[in-house]
Write a protein of this length. Sequence first.
Length: 234
Amino acid sequence: MRNGTTLTRFIIEEECRHPEATGEFTGLLTDLLTDLLTDLLTDLLTDLLTDLASEEMLVYTTGSGTHGFILDLTIGEFLLSHGQIEIPKRGRYYSANEGNYRRSDEPVRHYIDYFKEDEETTGRPYAAVDTGSLVAAFYRNLLKSYIFLYPGDTQSPSSKLRLLYQASPLAFLVAQAGGGTSEESQPLMKLQATELHQRTPLFIGSMDDVETLVEFAAGKRTQKRVEGVRVSPV
């Protein structure tokens, strides 16, 4: 489907591809979209008075690819801007709160040090990007070959992200775009929640980078401490 297609049309055409569809899911999505647009337009029209660079992106999947839509304020519709997003197998950037470096467990420290080592075949060292925001980091995950680290540490062993309604939805979107996710030792999508507000560490981004993390967690890799880090302005 070409860029510029409205989300409303996109949903309808997706339904037409499945003769067995009842239309109930399309109706639900349409209702959610109407509520979302109402809230966004109310908030954005206020925000735009002070921030002319505001951009709202909606990322959507039903299990057959990940698609990005940008809100066009002139018509009040989300327009397809990134069809069939594909995350590269290996990234170029990483994001981690290195202020918690010493409180992280040893495999995570080795993993962070790994990104700082010079190694041409894997494109290292990676550039460090500190967004301070999971949402902003996730946007770059999808579009800019990026891996985001939110590990547990000695103060919060299970991290602070909620599995069911924060980590898992992002993991599903990334998986449909060819990326990977892990809670450190196993794929995040394999975790079975036992509590509504269950917490989990999150490592999300390019597949090869996530698989490298699992190797560190399993003790298959170790890494010497590397001093210094390049910081990217992206």
